[in-house]
Design a protein around this ligand. Structure first.
Ligand SMILES: NC(=O)c1ccc[n+]([C@@H]2O[C@H](COP(=O)([O-])OP(=O)(O)OC[C@H]3O[C@@H](n4cnc5c(N)ncnc54)[C@H](OP(=O)(O)O)[C@@H]3O)[C@@H](O)[C@H]2O)c1
Length: 297
């Protein structure tokens, strides 16, 4: 049996990892988070920002791998919580990297399209130059760098527009559609909606391999938020009208404060170059998600 420490086990990705990897008789998941209760039973309360706690726990569990699903993900609130973001998104992964090396364990760490400035005109590969614009992006990039500095055997996967069980765009749109006939949604930001089910499959694929390094990991295809919202409504059989607006217009009427990347389509280049793993197209992944959770008509 291989012990796997999952941090942030009750976040969107933590739940998807639990659903998939707990089916594998070879793996024993040891679930940790900062609070309980949640969907997943927490085996141990673990704050990844505390290096001694992380090291002690890893020495007790002797993990084959650590999967870091913990993060500070509130992108707008992050703008006014710099220290907390550095702690959770940078020092946290550093601590896990130190513990993974101490235990000769593999480390899976998740990062984001926000490490890029968002002004590209072509899909971004792992070899493109970063340049985050927001506190969230800056601290997530610092986390990547700490993992590279301190872990021997790591997989860093940058994903984007993630949705699963928890707070996310799909659920927000469905909730708002219950009380609104029209919804204004941004039409000039480009990205690839990615289901946690698909991301968990990709992690499960990489985990037993020695194919270490930095990967982009998003569903195939791309869209804008307004078309993503329209697709959600269509699949849910809702008649709510989606009214496209520019980011500038949207920000005028909303309190969103972090700069959003205008263009953050990630090319899963390293997956293509080094594996035969294929991500599902975002339409198909959305279909599976909506049927799985009973949102589809
Ligand atoms: N969501 C997206 O659209 C998106 C896009 C690109 C990349 N990502 C990345 O994908 C990964 C997974 O995101 P997600 O959406 O699944 O995140 P999430 O739902 O926000 O879950 C994060 C989990 O981490 C926990 N946590 C917070 N601080 C912690 C600490 N100090 N120690 C241990 N656990 C802590 C949270 O607990 P509390 O809820 O109690 O704080 C929560 O259970 C993250 O690395 C994120 O940066 C997400």
């Amino acid at each position: 049996m291989k012990n796997i420490i999952v941090t942030g086990c009750n976040g969107q990705l933590g739940i998807a990892i639990n659903k998939l990897l707990s089916q594998d008789p070879e793996y024993h998941l040891v679930n940790t988070d900062v609070a309980e209760p949640g969907f997943v039973k927490v085996d141990k309360l673990l704050d990844i920002t505390k290096v001694e706690d992380v090291l002690d726990f890893a020495r007790e569990v002797k993990p084959y791998a650590i999967i870091n699903c913990a993060a500070y993900t509130a992108v707008d609130a992050a703008q006014t919580h710099l220290d907390l973001n550095y702690k959770i998104n940078a020092i946290g992964p550093r601590n896990l990297a130190i513990a993974a090396t101490d235990q000769k364990a593999k480390l899976v760490h998740i990062s984001t399209d926000y490490v890029f400035p968002g002004d590209s005109e072509k899909p971004l590969t792992e070899f493109d130059v970063t340049g985050p614009k927001s506190v969230y992006g800056i601290t997530k990039l610092a986390g990547e760098n700490f993992v590279k500095d301190f872990a021997d055997r790591y997989f860093i996967i940058r994903t984007a527009w993630l949705y699963g069980e928890g707070k996310n765009f799909v659920k927000t749109m469905l909730k708002l559609s219950e009380t609104h006939d029209r919804l204004t949604v941004v039409d000039d930001q480009f990205g690839s909606p990615t289901s946690t089910i698909e991301l968990a499959k990709a992690i499960n694929y990489l985990l037993p391999t020695d194919n270490y390094g930095l990967f982009h990991g998003t569903c195939e295809g791309s869209t804008i938020w307004a078309d993503f919202a329209a697709e959600i409504m269509k699949k849910a059989g809702k008649s709510t009208e989606i009214v496209p607006v520019s980011t500038e217009e949207y920000y005028k009427n909303n309190s969103a404060s972090a700069p959003r990347p205008h263009y953050s389509i990630l090319d899963n280049y390293m997956f293509r170059l080094t594996t035969d793993h294929m991500y599902a197209d975002w339409h198909d992944a959305l279909d599976v998600y909506m049927k799985t959770f009973g949102y589809a008509k």
